[in-house]
Design a protein around this ligand. Structure first.
Ligand code: SF4
Ligand code: SF4
Length: 105
């Protein structure tokens, strides 16, 4: 089990109050606001931590670059993917998107 899988497992036993506290901490660590892909719309909507919450809600439609690999959360959460604002959360990119590649016999 890798770091992200362990984190997903631990989340199941975490209280909503603690989850909310953790998310506030992650928001302070998120460096998306420094990324050229991040938009004023996303800023106004206070969109952050796309790696855990998922894609931008209609604020980001053009990928310029992604600085997620340099974010502390990438190491802390064991993220393997990037471009979460356009492609979806780590969980979705790991498991849900994989379904599209699954052949139905
Ligand atoms: S990995 Fe990317 S989306 Fe996640 S908190 Fe860091 S900068 Fe934000
Ligand atoms: S998820 Fe990656 S591409 Fe999107 S704004 Fe954050 S750092 Fe930039």
């Amino acid at each position: 089990m890798d770091t992200f899988e362990q984190m997903m497992k631990d989340v199941k036993g975490t209280s909503p109050a603690q989850l909310s506290k953790d998310m506030e901490k992650y928001k302070t660590l998120c460096i998306c606001v420094k990324c050229p892909t991040y938009t004023t719309c996303a800023r106004n909507a206070k969109e952050l931590v796309f790696c855990l919450v998922g894609k931008s809600f209609m604020c980001i439609s053009e990928q310029k670059t992604c600085i997620c690999p340099t974010c502390a959360l990438t190491r802390e959460c064991g993220l393997k993917h990037t471009s979460f604002c356009m492609t979806g959360a780590e969980k979705a990119q790991r498991y849900e998107h994989a379904l599209w590649g699954t052949k139905i016999p």
